[in-house]
Design a protein around this ligand. Structure first.
Ligand code: NOJ
Length: 720
C-alpha cells in the first residue's frame, strides 16, 4: 500500500525509507559533519530564521557544505497545518478512545507519509502535555488521555510509526502546561513524585521510542522558565531519561540567551517573537560564546543533536524538498473513518434503541448536525464552533479537505423520511421531533488554544456545559418525542445530569471529535454496520465540582498530586456519571480465567541510563492473562483493562492505576485471550529520597475489567 501511495504522488520519485540509524551511528555522522563547520554555521542550525519567514511554522538556516537544508518544522498533532491538500486526521483524543494500537500506529504512519511527501522534516507532534488534569483545559484534545499509561503507549506508538517513515517526531509540551489561561506567565510547581509518576511518565516512553525532538513549554516550573530550566532539560530529560535528541522552544517561549543555552536548550523557535523581535540566539549566541558565557562545546552539542536526528531518520538521503501544496492524501481517509467510528463511545442504550432498525421517520436536530463555518474552514485555525464540530481550535488544527456532516450522511443513508431542524432553537427542535419515530439531537462543546477566544471561552472552557443551550434543546425535544438519541461532539467531558434525567433520552452516543469523516462514522454506528467499541479516556462526572483540578489564576501548585481523573474519583469515593474506560457495545462480554505469572522482585531499578531511563526499566517481569468471551449475538470488540493497586508499603498511591489494555475483536460466541505484560516500571513508584524508581515489596492487587469501575477478575502479585 505504501508503494501505491508513492506511485500516486505527482512529483519526483521518493526513495523507499529503510531502517533508521541508531543514535550512536547518527552521532558519529553528525560529529564528522561538524568537523568542517564554523560557529556561525552551528548557530544557524540551532536558531530559527524568524516567524513567518519561511515555508513552515519553524525554519532554520541551511548548511550547504554538508547538504543540510533549511529544516522545516510544522504543526501539528492531527495533520499538516497550513497545507492545502492533506488529510485532517482525527484528534489524538479520538484515536485514544479506540484503544486500538494498530489504528493509532496507522494514523501516525499516514500522517508522517503526508509530512514526508510535503518535505516537512519535523512534525510538532505528538502531545503528552497538557496531560489533561483539568477537564476544562483548552488543548486536552490535542493529546490522548489524562491517564499517563495510555498516553505513554499512544505517544510511543505514534513516534515509532512517524519515525519509521523518516519524519522526526517532537514530544511536547515539556512540561506542566495544563491550561491556556496565563500559560506564558504562570509557574507550574509540581512535586517530584507527581512529576515522575504522572507528567514525565510519557516522556520515558517517548525517549524509549527514539523521539528526535522535544519542545519545552511556555510556563515556568518552580519559577524558572521551562526553556531555561536546567533541572527539567539537562538533569531530567537528558541525564535521567537519557534523551539524545534536541529540545526546541515552544514558539516564543524563550526568555534568555545564556541561561537557556546552559540549561540544555538546543533550538530557538521560531527564532524571533511574533513581531520579528526578541532574537535571543543567532548573533547574540555568537557573542555569548565569544564573551565566554556559553562554552562553544555547548553550541556544538546543540548542533550535534539536531544533525544527529536528521541523520538518524536518513533525511540526508533524497528527502523531498519542502512544498506544502502537494496533494498527499492518498487513501488516508480510511484511517480517519476508522478512528472516528471506533472512537465513538456508547454511553446509554435503553431498550436497545440502537442500532436503529425500523425507524422510518427520523428528526435530525441541532446546529451540530450540519456543515457550518467550522466544517467549511471559514474561521482561522478553527476558531469558531458553528455547525458540526470535528476538532478543537488553535495551532493543533488543520484545514479539512472535505467534511461529511452528520445530517448529510444520514440523509444519504436512510431511505425514509428525514426531517432537519438545523438551529439550536428548542421550539423548532421540538416541532421537528414531534411525531417522528426517533429524534437525533446534536450537541457540542469546544475548546482550543488561548490565542483565540470563541464565545467567551479563552482557550480553556468556561464551564462543562454543552454549548448553545444544548440542555434546553434536548429537554424540548425529549418533551416532544420519547425516542431521543443524543449525539455529543466535544473536546472533553460535559456534565449531562439534566439530559440523563429525561426518560425520553434512550441513548447517548459520545461521538467525540471525528474530523472529516464525522457523518460516515456516525452512520456506521447508529445503523449497526459497526458495533461501538470505544471507551472513555477520561472520567465524565455528575457535577463539575466533582473534579479536583480546575483552571487556576496565578501559579499552580498541583496540589492534587497524582490523584487526577479516575484516580481522584476512586480515592475520594465519588461516583462518576461515566467512569474512565467505560463504553457499551451491541453485544456482551464475559471475563474468566485470570492467570498471573510474575518474576518481579522489589528494589530500585538501577540499570545504567539508556534512551528511556535505566536500561532495565522496560524489562517485562509479569504476564497476566484473562479469557474474554463475546456472549452476545453480534460480533464486537472489547477493550479489557488491567488496573494495578500498590502494596501498603508504597505510600500515597491511587486505589488503582491503569497498567495494561487489550482490544479483542470477537465474533458472537467467540473467546479470546487478553494478555497484559507488566514491565518493571509498571510496578515501580518514584522514591523521592533515593531519587530513583523502586519496586515496593508486598501484595499488588490485579484487577481486570471492562472499565475502571467494572472490575470483573481479581488477583494478586506477591513481590518480595
Ligand atoms: C504554540 C503551540 O503551543 C505549539 O504546540 C505549536 O507547535 C507552536 N505554537 C507552533 O505553531
Amino acid at each position: 500500500m505504501r508503494c501505491e501511495f508513492i506511485a500516486a504522488l505527482a512529483f519526483s520519485v521518493l526513495p523507499l525509507v529503510s531502517a533508521q540509524l541508531t543514535w550512536d551511528e547518527a552521532y558519529q555522522k553528525a560529529e564528522s559533519a561538524l568537523g568542517g563547520l564554523s560557529l556561525s554555521d552551528k548557530v544557524g542550525i540551532v536558531t530559527g530564521i524568524g516567524w513567518q519567514n519561511g515555508a513552515c511554522v519553524g525554519n532554520t538556516s541551511p548548511v550547504n557544505s554538508i547538504g543540510y537544508p533549511s529544516l522545516c518544522l510544522q504543526d501539528g498533532p492531527l495533520g499538516i497545518r497550513f497545507a492545502s491538500s492533506i488529510t485532517a486526521f482525527t484528534p489524538s483524543v479520538q484515536a485514544a478512545s479506540t484503544w486500538d494500537r494498530e489504528l493509532i500506529r496507522q494514523r501516525a504512519q499516514f500522517h508522517a507519509e503526508e509530512a514526508r511527501g510535503l518535505g516537512v522534516h519535523v512534525l510538532l507532534a505528538p502531545v503528552a502535555g497538557a496531560l489533561g488534569k483539568i477537564p476544562e483545559g483548552g488543548r486536552n484534545w490535542e493529546g490522548f488521555s489524562p491517564d499517563p499509561y495510555l498516553t505513554g503507549v499512544a505517544v510511543a506508538d505514534t513516534i515509532g510509526a512517524m519515525q519509521a517513515v523518516g519524519v522526526q517526531a517532537t514530544i511536547k509540551h515539556y512540561v506542566g502546561n495544563e491550561q491556556e489561561l496565563n500559560r506564558e506567565t504562570m509557574s507550574s510547581n509540581i512535586d517530584e513524585k507527581t512529576m515522575h509518576e504522572l507528567y514525565l511518565w510519557p516522556y520515558y516512553d517517548s525517549v524509549h521510542a527514539g523521539a528526535a525532538a522535544a519542545m519545552c513549554s511556555y510556563n515556568k516550573l518552580d519559577n524558572t522558565w521551562a526553556c531555561e530550566n536546567d533541572q527539567i532539560m539537562n538533569k531530567i530529560l537528558k541525564e535521567e531519561i537519557g534523551f539524545r535528541g534536541y529540545i526546541m522552544t515552544d514558539w516564543n517561549a524563550q526568555h534568555s540567551t545564556v541561561e537557556a543555552a546552559n540549561a540544555g536548550l538546543d533550538m530557538s523557535m521560531p527564532g524571533t517573537d511574533f513581531e520579528g523581535g526578541s532574537v535571543y540566539w543567532g548573533p547574540a549566541l555568537v557573542e555569548a560564546v565569544n564573551g565566554g558565557q556559553v562554552p562553544e562545546d555547548r553550541v556544538t552539542d546543540m548542533a550535534k543533536r539536531i544533525l544527529a536526528a536528521w541523520y538518524k531518520m536518513k533525511q540526508d538521503q533524497g528527502y523531498p524538498d519542502t512544498n506544502l501544496d502537494r496533494d498527499v492524501q492518498g487513501n488516508h481517509a480510511q484511517n480517519v473513518r476508522a478512528c472516528a467510528r471506533d472512537g465513538i463511545v456508547l454511553l446509554r442504550n435503553q431498550g436497545d434503541i440502537l442500532p436503529l432498525k425500523n425507524a422510518s421517520s427520523i428528526a435530525v436536530v441541532g446546529s451540530g448536525a450540519v456543515k457550518g463555518d467550522h466544517a467549511n474552514n471559514v474561521c482561522v485555525d478553527k476558531g469558531c464552533n458553528d455547525g458540526a464540530l470535528g476538532m478543537g481550535w488553535g495551532s493543533g488544527s488543520v484545514e479539512y479537505p472535505y467534511f461529511v456532516a452528520p445530517y448529510d450522511a444520514i440523509k444519504e443513508f436512510v431511505p425514509g423520511e428525514v426531517t432537519l431542524s438545523e438551529s439550536d432553537d428548542p421550539s423548532q427542535g421540538a416541532s421537528a421531533a414531534s411525531g417522528k419515530d426517533v429524534a437525533l439531537v446534536f450537541i457540542t462543546a469546544d475548546s482550543g488554544e488561548g490565542y483565540i477566544t470563541v464565545e467567551d471561552n479563552v482557550g480553556d472552557r468556561k464551564n462543562l456545559d454543552p454549548w448553545h443551550g444544548g440542555n434546553n434543546l434536548v429537554k424540548a425535544v425529549a418533551e416532544a418525542n420519547e425516542n431521543v438519541v443524543v449525539v455529543v461532539h466535544s473536546t472533553g467531558p460535559i456534565i449531562m445530569s439534566e439530559i440523563l434525567a429525561l426518560p425520553s433520552v434512550k441513548a447517548v452516543v459520545w461521538a467525540g471529535l471525528p474530523s472529516q469523516e464525522s457523518g460516515n462514522a456516525l452512520v456506521d454506528i447508529l445503523w449497526g454496520a459497526a458495533n461501538p467499541s470505544g471507551k472513555l479516556v477520561y472520567t465524565i462526572a455528575k457535577s463539575a465540582d466533582d473534579y479536583n483540578a480546575g483552571v487556576v489564576q496565578g501559579d499552580d501548585d498541583f496540589d492534587e498530586g497524582v490523584l487526577i481523573d479516575y484516580r481522584h474519583f476512586d480515592s475520594a469515593n465519588i461516583e462518576p456519571e461515566f467512569a474512565f474506560g467505560f463504553g457499551l457495545s451491541y453485544t456482551n462480554f464475559t471475563y474468566a480465567d485470570l492467570s498471573v505469572d510474575s518474576s518481579a522482585a522489589s528494589g530500585p531499578i538501577a540499570g545504567s541510563i539508556v534512551s528511556g531511563g535505566p536500561e532495565d526499566f522496560f524489562d517485562e517481569v509479569a504476564t497476566i492473562t484473562a479469557a474474554i468471551t463475546n456472549s452476545g449475538k453480534v460480533a464486537g470488540a472489547e477493550v479489557a483493562q488491567l488496573y494495578l493497586s500498590y502494596p501498603e508499603s508504597a505510600a500515597d498511591q491511587p486505589p488503582k492505576t491503569l497498567r495494561g489494555f487489550a482490544k479483542l475483536p470477537l465474533t458472537a460466541g467467540e473467546s479470546g485471550t487478553a494478555t497484559f505484560n507488566l514491565r518493571k516500571r509498571d510496578l515501580a513508584v518514584w522514591n523521592v529520597e533515593g531519587k530513583q524508581w523502586v519496586i515496593p515489596s508486598g501484595s499488588f492487587g490485579v484487577g481486570v475489567g471492562a472499565s475502571s469501575r467494572d472490575i470483573r477478575l481479581e488477583g494478586t502479585i506477591e513481590v518480595s
